[in-house]
Design a protein around this ligand. Structure first.
Ligand SMILES: [Zn+2]
Length: 491
C-alpha cells in the first residue's frame, strides 16, 4: 500500500500502531438506569432524579431499548452477542460523578469480537480494510464539568449523567491517522444507518480516545503506548495522532523510552499535555453491580434483532457499484449520506437509469441541500419529480445544462417537468431536419473553419457546433448537432 502524505511515519524506520475507543451516546428516550429524559441542550440539572444523582436508597433499572440497540450494533459489526451479560461498578471520584462510581461492564460485555470494514481513497486508489473489534459494552455517561472563562469557579451539569453510552473498542489494527479517521467515520455511519445515535461530535454524542505506540517497521510486538482522551472531532483525532506519532518517533530515535501516560490534546496549539499517569483496571476496584440482576439474551430475541437489521453501508456500497453499476465515486458519495441515498433509491422507482439519476442527485441535489443547509428531502422537489427531469434529459427533451434552470423552477411546487420546460421555453430541439438546416447555414457562413476541419483540425468542429448551438439559442440537442456537422462535412 502506498503511504499517504499525511502519514508521519512515511520514509522513517517506524510504524505506528493505533487503537480507538469510541464512546457513542445512544439516543434512547430515557437514560440508561432511570426514567429521566435523555436530551441535549436542556437547562443544566433539570433532567435528573435520585437514581442518576446517586442518592442513597435509589435503585437503577436497565433500559431495555439500550440493551437492544447495543446488541443491534454488535450484530451489524459481526460481533458475538453474549447470552449472559452483567453490569459492574467502576469506582472513581470526579466532580461530574457524584455517585463515586460509574455503572459499566467489566468482564462480560454485551459484544465480543467483530470487525468494521472501512474504505478510503489514497494515492493507490480505494483502499478497503477490515478493522477488528475487541468488544462493545454499555455503560452510563458521567455529567459535565463547566469551567467558565475568566472566573474562578466551575459548575457541574448532571443532565448527561446516566445517559446510555456504548463503548466500542477496536483492536490496535490501524497504522495511519487516515485509517483511524476512516474507521471512526464508518462507525458513525453504522450508528446513523441503525438509527441508534446522531453521532454529533459537536454535541459530544460521539467521543473518542486513541491509543498510540510506535515500533520498528516489520516488528510485530506491541510497545509502550500512550492514550489521548476525549477527542471530539474527526480533525482533532487525525491531528492528535499526527502529533503524537511524531513525538514518539523523536523520543525513540534518541534511544529514550516512552512513558505510559494519559494525554490531553490541545487543538489550538496542536500539542498534547499530560493528564495523568496511566491507570490500570485494578485501580478502579471493579465489582458486580449489586443492584442489577445479570441480563440474559434469548436466542429468539437475538435472531429477531438480526433479521431486523437494515442494509449496512459496506453492503450498500457493493450493491450500488455492483447491481446498480454506479461509479465508485458516486456510490461512495451516496452511501455516506443516509438521506441522500434514500432520495436516490426513491427516484429510481420512477426512472431506473441509476447512473443518470446518481449524477443529478450527487451534483445538483447535493449542491442545493448543502447551500441551504438542509437535507435532500427538504429542498422542495420529490424524488419522483427529480427522476422525471433526469428522464427528460436522457430522452433529449431538455439539455443537461438548461435542465438546471428547470430544476430551480421545480423547487417548492408540484408542477410537472414537461409543463415547466414548456413554460421556460427550454424544449431541446432534436428534430433532424430542423438541425440539419441550421448546420448547412452555419457551414455556408464559415468557409475558413470548414477548410480547417477538412485539414484535420478537431477544434474547428467544436467551433461549428458552437455556432449552431448559438443560432438555436442553446436549444438544439448538442449530440445531434455534432453528428450532423460531421455528416455534412464528410468527416
Ligand atoms: Zn435520573
Amino acid at each position: 500500500m502506498t503511504k499517504s502524505k499525511s502519514d508521519p511515519t512515511d520514509g522513517t524506520p517506524f510504524e505506528a500502531v493505533i487503537g480507538l475507543e469510541a464512546h457513542v451516546q445512544l439516543k434512547t428516550r430515557s437514560k440508561m438506569f432511570c426514567g429521566c429524559e435523555n436530551r441535549f441542550g436542556a437547562e443544566p440539572n433539570t433532567l435528573v432524579c435520585p437514581v442518576c444523582l446517586g442518592h442513597p436508597g435509589s435503585l437503577p433499572v436497565v433500559n431495555r431499548q439500550a440493551m437492544e440497540w447495543a446488541a443491534r450494533v454488535g450484530l451489524a459489526c459481526g460481533c458475538e452477542i453474549a447470552r449472559f451479560t452483567k453490569f459492574d461498578r467502576k469506582n472513581y471520584y470526579y466532580p461530574d460523578l457524584p455517585k463515586g462510581y460509574q455503572i459499566s461492564q467489566y468482564d462480560l460485555p454485551i459484544c465480543n469480537g467483530g470487525e468494521v470494514e472501512v474504505h478510503f481513497a489514497n494515492d493507490s486508489g480505494v483502499v478497503r480494510r477490515k478493522i477488528g473489534l475487541v468488544r462493545i459494552h454499555l455503560e452510563e455517561d458521567a455529567g459535565k464539568n463547566i469551567h467558565a472563562e475568566a472566573r474562578p469557579e466551575s459548575w457541574v451539569d448532571l443532565n448527561r449523567a446516566g445517559v446510555p453510552l456504548l463503548e466500542i473498542v477496536s483492536k490496535p489494527d490501524m497504522h495511519t491517522p487516515e485509517e483511524a479517521g476512516a474507521y471512526l467515520r464508518m462507525l458513525r455511519l453504522i450508528m446513523l444507518y441503525l438509527g441508534v445515535s446522531d453521532c454529533n461530535m459537536e454535541e459530544g454524542t460521539l467521543r473518542c480516545d486513541v491509543n498510540i505506540s510506535v515500533r520498528p517497521r516489520g516488528s510485530t510486538h506491541l510497545e509502550t503506548r500512550t492514550e489521548i482522551k476525549n477527542l471530539n472531532s474527526f480533525t482533532h483525532v487525525e491531528n492528535a495522532l499526527q502529533h503524537e506519532i511524531t513525538r514518539q518517533m523523536k523520543i525513540k530515535a534518541r534511544g529514550e523510552k516512552i512513558v505510559q501516560q494519559t494525554l490531553l490534546f490541545d487543538p489550538e496549539k496542536g500539542e498534547t499535555r499530560v493528564m495523568r499517569g496511566k491507570e490500570e483496571a485494578h485501580d478502579y476496584r471493579y465489582f458486580p453491580e449489586p443492584d442489577l440482576a445479570p441480563w440474559i439474551f434469548s436466542e429468539e430475541w437475538i435472531e429477531s434483532l438480526r433479521k431486523s437489521l437494515p442494509e449496512m453501508p459496506a453492503v450498500r456500497l457493493q450493491r450500488f457499484q455492483g447491481a446498480l453499476g454506479l461509479s465508485p465515486y458516486h456510490a461512495d458519495v451516496l452511501v455516506r449520506d443516509v438521506v441522500m441515498a434514500e432520495f436516490f433509491e426513491e427516484a429510481l422507482e420512477t426512472y431506473d437509469k441509476a447512473q443518470s439519476v446518481a449524477n443529478w442527485v450527487t451534483n445538483v441535489v447535493r449542491e442545493e441541500s448543502n447551500a441551504r443547509g438542509i437535507s435532500a428531502k427538504e429542498i422542495g422537489i420529490s424524488p419522483a419529480r427529480l427522476a422525471g427531469l433526469v428522464r427528460a434529459i436522457d430522452e433529449g427533451k431538455v439539455s443537461n445544462q438548461k435542465a438546471r434552470d428547470v430544476f430551480k423552477a421545480m423547487l417548492g411546487n408540484t408542477r410537472a417537468v414537461a409543463e415547466v420546460i414548456g413554460e421556460l421555453g427550454l424544449e431541446q430541439i432534436s428534430d433532424d431536419s430542423f438541425i440539419r438546416n441550421a448546420v448547412k447555414e452555419v457551414i455556408g457562413k464559415h468557409p475558413g473553419p470548414v477548410e480547417d476541419v477538412k485539414k484535420g483540425k478537431e477544434n474547428s468542429i467544436n467551433f461549428l457546433v458552437g455556432q449552431v448551438m448559438r443560432q438555436s439559442k442553446g436549444k438544439a440537442n448538442p449530440g445531434i448537432v455534432l453528428k450532423l456537422v460531421k455528416e455534412e462535412l464528410g468527416v
